[in-house]
Design a protein around this ligand. Structure first.
Ligand code: NAD
Length: 475
């Protein structure tokens, strides 16, 4: 909302919301043909604007074309293609079994759109994290208000300018703004809110949603542990960990936030990590086109403050003007240090030493449930123990966030890292209300007589029998 609007007491989103509500009420988004056309529009959006999107992502976080393609554009295009291919199947009513009492009825689950939904996205994958949920919301037949992050301002601009040209504007709108405007937006009643961002803002969104009893998905962040067993090949671990820690300059919600390993493994990992970093980014990573930049000065300063923790064994350099922080490894980090108190969200990797697998598991379980957890070991029992005895949104054994590339897997947190899930069919389900439907015949009333009072011993016995052992609740 502009200062003038605020002074006049005008809320410009009122009109937008009215337009979307009217379109939804008129049933505009429900036909499969409409949903298909919008998804095809999204597909064209990517085909026509790939270069502009890559440029915007490069300006925002210095994303290389490889990173833009693999983590944003291709994933979104695949998601659109999958939705187009699966839409008819996803939308089908799901027949369910009946009991004797309802034998002659039609029982099914209808996947019904919620209505007007709000999607709020963060800045770190500003395209992916807005479009992936949007695909599910469109497929499920909703109208959508999209609120991209104001911090990734170049991508925000491209989205605001171009995306509406590819979608039906009576049903889809991009609304811009920061915390204040989003706070205003959240005062309105939506039928569903899908939020990706920090746990701090997640609480604000949940409080606002509670006022209207609006259902929500919260895709949040936190500190993702990565356990490395003593029997691992340090170079293999270092390659995989360095790749997914420094991808997008470490500004990835599912990146490993810190490593838990023995003192001996720490000593073997440091030179291996140095090898990997040099191989990926050269002797002077600041000149590497493959390494991203920190999103803004505020985050740069925050990260610079964390470089004083533990012992800098790799990197540690920074350049404020270029918002550059070198790929950094900190050894012998103590649990009490600032770098272990907050989600790092930057190219800094602390190594915390533990004496055993049990100690690592206790360390993890004493903290909030993470969005992702990783375990490296040549021994599958070690990986399995980590999986069995901990909880997290997602889990990777012997590799990083590759599981995100599979639409057959849900992306979502648990506890402090969020609630709900999406990607592929999970997105469609997230944005659909599963409506329980039982269609009975208006005739055959005689058969119903038995359930009406007064209840004598015979009809009571009979009704108990027809309900039988099958789980069924009458009324
Ligand atoms: P953020 O929570 O600061 O902002 C997210 C969105 O909320 C933005 O659109 C922003 O405009 C809006 N917002 C900010 N303050 C607000 C307020 N007071 N009231 C209402 N809306 C407000 O998050 P961010 O800094 O953009 O992103 C980083 C965080 O997101 C990290 O914690 C990261 O782990 C998390 N994240 C999670 C996932 C996931 O899939 N779970 C993915 C990416 C990022």
């Amino acid at each position: 909302m502009s200062a003038t609007d605020a002074a006049l007491g005008v809320d410009p989103t009122e009109d937008t919301l009215r337009r979307l509500r009217e379109a939804f009420a008129a049933g505009r988004t429900r036909p499969v043909e409409f949903r298909t056309a919008q998804l095809q529009g999204l597909s064209r959006f990517f085909q026509d604007n790939k270069q502009r999107l890559q440029d915007a992502l490069a300006k925002d976080v210095g994303k290389s074309a490889f990173e833009s393609d693999t983590s944003e554009i291709i994933l979104c295009q695949n998601e659109v293609d999958l939705a187009l291919k699966s839409l008819q199947t996803w939308m089908k009513d799901e027949s369910v079994s009946t009991n004797l009492l309802t034998k002659l009825s039609s029982a099914f689950i209808r996947k019904e759109p919620f209505g007007v939904v709000l999607i709020i996205a963060p800045w770190n994958y500003p395209l992916n994290l807005l479009i992936m949920p949007l695909v599910g919301a469109i497929a499920a037949g909703n109208c959508v208000v999209m609120k991209p992050s104001e911090i990734s301002k170049n991508t925000e601009k491209v989205l605001a300018e171009l995306l509406p040209q590819y979608l039906d504007q009576s049903c889809f709108a991009v609304v811009l703004g920061g915390p204040e405007e989003t706070g205003q937006l959240l005062k309105h009643k939506f039928d569903y809110i899908f939020f990706t961002g920090s746990p701090r803002v997640g609480k604000i969104v949940m409080t606002a949603a509670a006022k209207h009893l609006t259902p929500i998905t919260l895709e949040l962040g936190g500190k993702n542990p990565c356990y490395v067993d003593d029997d691992c090949d340090p170079q293999t671990v270092a390659n995989r960990v360095a790749w997914f820690r420094y991808f997008n300059a470490g500004q990835t919600c599912v990146a490993p936030d810190y490593i838990l390993c023995s003192q001996e493994m720490q000593e073997r990992l440091v030179p291996a990590l140095q090898n990997a970093i040099t191989r990926f980014y050269g002797d002077d990573p600041q000149t590497s086109p493959s390494l991203g930049r920190i999103i803004n000065q505020k985050h740069f300063k925050r990260l610079q403050g964390l470089l004083g923790c533990g012992r800098v064994v790799i990197g540690g350099q920074s350049d404020e003007g270029a918002r550059y922080i070198a790929p950094t490894v900190l050894a012998d980090v103590q649990d009490s240090e600032p770098v272990m108190q907050e989600e790092i969200f930057g190219p800094i990797l602390p190594l915390v030493t533990v004496k055993s697998l049990d100690e690592a598991i206790n360390f993890i379980n004493q903290r909030e449930k993470p969005l992702a957890l990783y375990a490296f070991s040549n021994n599958s029992q070690v990986v399995n123990q980590m999986l069995e005895r901990t909880s997290s949104g997602g889990f990777g054994g012997n590799d990083g966030f590759l599981y995100l590339t599979l639409p057959s897997m849900p992306l979502g947190g648990v506890g402090n890292s969020g609630m709900g899930r999406y990607h592929g069919k999970f997105s469609f389900d997230t944005f659909s209300h599963q409506r329980a439907c039982l269609l009975r015949s208006p005739g055959m009333e005689k058969l119903n007589d038995l359930r009406y009072p007064p209840h004598g011993p015979w009809n009571q016995q009979f009704i108990s029998w027809v309900m039988g052992s099958q789980s069924c609740t009458l009324l």
